[in-house]
Design a protein around this ligand. Structure first.
Ligand SMILES: Nc1ncnc2c1ncn2[C@@H]1O[C@H](COP(=O)(O)OP(=O)(O)OP(=O)(O)O)[C@@H](O)[C@H]1O
Ligand SMILES: [Mg+2]
Length: 270
């Protein structure tokens, strides 16, 4: 006969299938034992379930507010154009936030499944930094922040998909602006370290509690004080995937109340 069993082993969450088949129908017959390591498959399956759970959760909050807003407009605000206008504005904001969750989730799943191939080319570092600084400059100014940028002369080119890396820089800079109170500073710098270029975004903002630091690159992770700032908590998860796709690393340092430093590395372009 044949018996098959699924085993979950130890804290490393190994997941094995064990199949035992006796080769002859007699006592003490030789048997065939097959061990299948399904750990990776199991991990992916769990990740998919968590992802779906997270997305649904993130969709529920704006949907519930939309529902409440629509009900209020129908019941209380009917015939009151000023109140209706106000509720419509609020509703529009919820729709925007729903759209962002859906767009970023799609993007993350495309990147993860390899359906978003990188177009790597030797790229000057300035090309992935300056356009982003220019684009977010007005927003930083409105927030009362001073943004500075230091790129040393003679910095070598990096091997990068410029569009994707600009997206990473854009999220890091946007975060720095979002989490730094008025009067603060945000600095972007780049330097060659061995056979890589390291790009850093440093701010003098609210910082991240030490115990939260390892979690900021997880999808949908937001520190408590971030809940009110808008955002889905996918930006850094996407950034991590993009940089790892380039063969680079991404990391964060922070002191609560003092500021944060987000850095990533890219291989040289030659
Ligand atoms: N520069 C920073 N200073 C302080 N906290 C930060 C900083 N950057 C990120 N964080 C924390 O890490 C969390 C995750 O950041 P991430 O960019 O992934 O999400 P988000 O900015 O909240 O949303 P999204 O980028 O999807 O719009 C933030 O919500 C915040 O709690
Ligand atoms: Mg972000």
């Amino acid at each position: 006969g044949e018996r098959s069993e699924l085993l979950e082993i130890g804290p490393e969450a190994l997941f094995w299938r064990v199949i035992v088949t006796t080769l002859e129908e007699q006592d003490r017959a030789p048997c065939l034992v097959i061990l299948q390591d399904l750990t990776e498959m199991h991990r992916l399956q769990t990740m998919r379930q968590q992802f779906l759970g997270n997305v649904s959760h993130e969709l529920r909050t704006p949907l519930a507010s939309l529902k409440a807003l629509v009900e209020t407009m129908r019941d209380a605000a009917a015939g009151d154009p000023e109140a209706s206008q106000h509720f419509l504005d609020l509703a529009e904001r919820e729709v925007d936030s729903l759209t962002q969750v859906v767009q970023e989730s799609l993007e993350l799943s495309r990147i993860e499944s390899g359906r978003l191939p990188l177009r790597l080319a030797p790229t000057p570092v300035a090309e992935v930094i300056l356009p982003v600084v220019e684009r977010l400059g007005p927003q930083a100014e409105r927030a009362g922040l001073e943004v500075s940028c230091s790129l040393p002369d003679g910095l070598p080119q990096v091997l990068a998909d410029p569009e994707r890396v600009r997206q990473v820089v854009s999220n890091l800079l946007h975060n720095a602006i979002k989490f730094t109170p008025s009067g603060g500073r945000v600095q972007i710098s780049a330097q060659q370290v061995g056979d890589e270029v390291v790009i850093s975004v440093t701010d003098t903002g609210v910082g991240i509690p030490r115990e939260d630091l390892p979690r900021v690159f997880e999808r949908f992770y937001r520190a408590d004080q971030a809940r009110s700032k808008g955002g889905t908590g996918l930006g850094l998860a996407i950034a991590k995937h993009i940089i790892q796709g380039h063969g680079g690393r991404v990391w964060a340092d922070s002191l609560e109340g003092q500021g944060s430093d987000f850095s990533f590395s890219l291989p040289l372009g030659n």
